[in-house]
Design a binder for this molecule. Structure first.
Ligand code: GRF
Length: 209
């Protein structure tokens, strides 16, 4: 069975969805969850499900390079097929990204290439877009870029705030992330030369009322 290592920094709601999906489908196993923050809520969640956890506190490293090298070693020890960023709030060095090229995935709360970076829901409201969403993508050296694996679409409603929009997007993140991970691991979809090929065999995830 293919395996993943998940990297987290916080509450871990995407991690919860990823663990649930594996439990019900048997599509992959989670070899380890690694957090750069000792107090990340997602650690407790993983432990409660018997998943191996580790903490690698970035604040004790002198540089980003040193942290990323140590992180790579921790990940390599589990030899995962895929490294999954699940709310991992760190910019990764080009050397780290290169080392896991094609095996590193992220979920971003916007319809990329619109609204990379932080405060995506606020950015969407300020831009006045009528649809917003989330994107699962392979990670490349450029922040919030890289080949797109799947997207979910949310209608922006009258009176939406960044919080109400975030909640509807998050619910769909939980649908599209695990299934994109499974599709990549089982090669329903694959990447060659920056292009993603193959069908997801899953309906579009949307909230368009
Ligand atoms: C999500 O909004 C995800 O899109 C972004 O960070 C947030 C993580 O939330 N990359 P959680 O820790 O998975 O609940």
């Amino acid at each position: 069975m293919p395996s993943i290592v998940a990297l987290i920094s916080g509450r871990g709601s995407n991690l919860a969805a990823i663990l649930d999906y594996a439990k019900y489908t048997g599509a992959y196993k989670t070899a380890a969850v690694i957090s750069n923050r000792p107090g990340a809520e997602g650690l407790k969640l993983a432990e409660s499900q018997g998943v191996h956890t580790e903490v690698l506190d970035h604040t004790v490293f002198a540089s980003r390079d040193e942290f990323d090298k140590a992180l790579k070693q921790r990940i390599d020890a589990h030899a995962p097929d895929l490294v999954v960023l699940a709310g991992f709030m760190r910019v990764l060095t080009p050397a780290f990204v290169k080392a896991f090229e094609g095996r590193l995935v992220n979920i971003h709360p916007s319809l990329l290439p619109s609204f990379p970076g932080l405060k995506t829901h606020q950015q969407a409201l300020e831009a006045g877009v009528r649809v917003h969403g989330a994107t699962v993508h392979l990670v490349t050296a450029e922040l919030d870029h890289g080949p797109i694996l799947d997207q979910a679409v949310v209608r922006v409603r009258e009176g939406d705030t960044a919080e109400t929009l975030a909640a509807r997007v998050l619910a769909l993140e939980h649908q599209i992330y695990p299934r994109a991970i499974a599709a990549l691991l089982h090669q329903t979809i694959r990447q060659t030369d920056g292009q993603v090929h193959g069908a997801l065999a899953a309906p579009l995830a949307y909230d368009i009322e």
